[in-house]
Ligand binder design. Structure first.
Ligand code: PEP
Ligand code: MG
Length: 591
């Protein structure tokens, strides 16, 4: 067979995990189907063939147990998710309908074990696919994965796409990685991830960030031009992927990798240092978390509190609603783990791209503009009351703030405040301990109308958190799930900046705290401009925190604040971008 040319090729995708990986390609094409040959067996072989299935299930279970031990060593949401999936695999394998179905098929159809497994898997996968429930449809991938593992354990055809037998220093190049796929990978052997599909919020991106792996997603067509065993470079900061690099390219990226490792080391040393600019302005850096297990990462990065706790995780991937008790458990666990640092709990923010299976939400004609977030919660007061009660009970264990998503009018805030007062009174009457005074109630500024009415909202709210992700998409009328308009997404658009500035000024005038908790807060290039607007609280992914702190420590705010204020009078986004670049350069050279 003619081998492919080994000239250097470069692909570009979206960078989703910082750092540089230099490793060996491991192709993982989930589109490739496991091929097994079916043949008839004599009746005398039925028992031994059924026995083979039991043995194979046992072996596959043992291998999953090894992976479970590895999962426990991983920190954060990815480790926890991995644990759940592996447990589900164990259940599917232990005396389950699958194994029984396969055995029955062997006896009735008199076929070999491998073929019986694939037939049974096909049948189950079809049944799951027919269910319109997103969560159950996703389980289809898990069932296929189990089938693949069973066939592998049967010693049939090797599974060419298996991820549990990786060579050291592997860079997985895949069409897409499902939770089932990532559950099977051994993080100690993976150097980086590249996928053809997916976006910055895809499962791959989340896993890469929480494992601290360099990763690039949306690297189109890369699988067509790549073979396992090739040398690959993944630049998780720029989105470039280089295959079969020349010695000169390799040397360049080795230097870059060494530089990155060095800067990571020096950033770690910043953990206990307060974020203060050169001219003495104190900034508070908080973490955005999505699960109680993310607290470890937040504390390791030196977060002073949780500026945004997205509570949606409790409502996802389940067919029913979480009870007040369950919510209280998760929230109080988080508050306790934060050890006296404030936790800002955002009430349920579902709708549009975030769906909760058990909520019975009916997508309206335009979900992004429909009954979502606070609107949905107020339309189902029971949901809100239960959540407020759980939050209030958790507030007995440490400082808590309550944050409302997608607020549009002052009436929404008043309505929740009335509910909050009522629930607190009921709890107190029952002798249940809650914080006294009850936690502050804040609003997210993420609708342009809310930003423009920020002065009115500031009179009702105890604090503001500016959600620049949604604020940008709604201001510029971009559906962020639509790739065709992705190029227009720009938090540096003058309109977005003016809204941030206006909201910050309204909060400062009303003397209420204001933070930014969208992705912009975690981009150190934006730090000078946000501080220049008078914002002294930023909340971001824990992994971004040391870099932002470093930028703050290098900053002389008084030297740039005049230029930052003038930035909002610019009308050209390109000009704004070059001013921001200048501001950053100015600070770099001032060091
Ligand atoms: C935002 O919109 O900026 C935000 C922080 O909320 P989320 O990303 O959870 O929608
Ligand atoms: Mg939002």
């Amino acid at each position: 067979m003619k081998s492919k040319p080994t000239t250097e090729r470069t692909f570009e995708g979206l960078p989703v995990g910082a750092g540089i990986a230099i490793g060996i390609v491991h192709r993982h094409d989930s589109r490739a189907v496991v091929q097994v040959r079916e043949h008839k067996i004599p009746v005398t072989k039925v028992r031994s063939e059924q026995h083979r299935v039991l043995e194979a299930a046992h072996e596959a279970t043992n291998r999953i147990e090894v992976l479970q031990t590895q999962a426990k060593r991983m920190s954060g949401a990815a480790g926890e998710e991995l644990g759940y999936i592996l447990e589900a695999y164990q259940q599917m394998l232990s005396g389950s309908r699958l194994v029984r179905g396969v055995q029955k098929r062997i006896a009735e159809e008199r076929i070999n074990a491998e073929a019986a497994v694939m037939k049974e898997i096909g049948l189950m996968a079809e049944a799951f696919a027919a269910m319109e429930d997103q969560y159950l449809a996703a389980r289809m991938a898990d069932i296929r994965e189990i089938g693949r593992r069973l066939v592998e354990s049967l010693g049939g055809k090797d599974t060419p796409t298996g991820l549990d037998n990786l060579p050291a220093n592997a860079v997985i190049v895949a069409d897409e990685l499902s939770p089932a796929d990532t559950a099977l990978l051994d993080p100690s052997k993976v150097a980086g991830l590249v996928t053809m599909l997916g976006g910055v919020e895809s499962h791959t991106a989340i896993v890469a960030r929480s494992l601290g792996l360099p990763a690039v997603v949306a690297a189109r067509d890369i699988l067509d031009d790549i073979e396992s065993g090739a040398v690959i470079i993944v630049d998780g900061a720029t989105g470039f992927v280089v295959i079969d690099p020349t010695p000169a390219t390799l040397a360049k990226y080795r230097r870059k990798r060494a530089g990155f490792a060095k800067s990571q080391q020096s950033l770690k040393k910043l953990k206990t240092i307060a974020a203060v600019t050169r001219d003495g302005f104190r900034v508070h850096l908080h973490a955005n978390i999505e699960h109680p297990s993310d607290v470890d990462g937040a504390l390791a990065a030196g977060a002073e509190g949780v500026g945004l706790f997205r509570s949606e995780f409790m409502f996802m991937n389940r067919p029913d609603m979480p009870s007040e008790e369950e919510q209280f458990e998760e929230l109080s666990k988080t508050v306790k783990k934060m050890g006296g640092r404030c936790v800002t709990i955002r009430t349920l923010d579902v709708g549009a791209d975030k769906l909760g299976d058990g909520l019975g939400m009916k997508p309206g004609p335009n979900p992004a503009l429909g009954l979502r977030a606070i609107r949905f919660a107020l339309s189902r007061p029971k949901i809100m009351l239960v959540q407020l009660s759980a939050i209030l009970r958790a507030s007995a264990f440490g400082p808590v703030r309550i944050l409302l998503p997608m607020v549009c009018t002052v009436e929404e805030v008043r309505q929740v405040r009335r509910m909050l007062t009522r629930v607190a009174a009921q709890l107190k009457r029952r002798g249940v301990k809650v914080a006294d005074p009850i936690p502050p109630l804040g609003v997210m500024i993420e609708i342009p109308g809310a930003a423009l009415a920020a002065d009115a909202l500031a009179a009702e709210a105890d604090f503001f958190a500016i959600g620049t992700n949604d604020l940008t998409q709604y201001t510029l009328a971009i559906d962020c799930t639509d790739e065709a308009v992705a190029y227009l997404y720009n938090p540096l658009h003058p309109a977005v900046l003016r809204l941030i500035q206006f909201s910050a000024e309204a909060a400062l005038a009303a003397r209420i705290p204001v933070s930014v908790c969208g992705e912009m807060a975690g981009d150190e290039r934006m730090t000078p401009i946000l501080l220049g607007f008078g914002i002294t609280e930023l909340s971001m992914a824990s992994t971004a925190l040391p870099r932002v702190k470093k930028r703050i420590l290098d900053l002389t705010l008084s030297a740039i604040s005049g230029r930052v204020r003038r930035i909002t009078s610019e009308s050209d986004p390109g000009r704004v971008k070059s001013i921001v670049e200048d501001l950053n350069k100015l600070q770099e050279t001032a060091r």
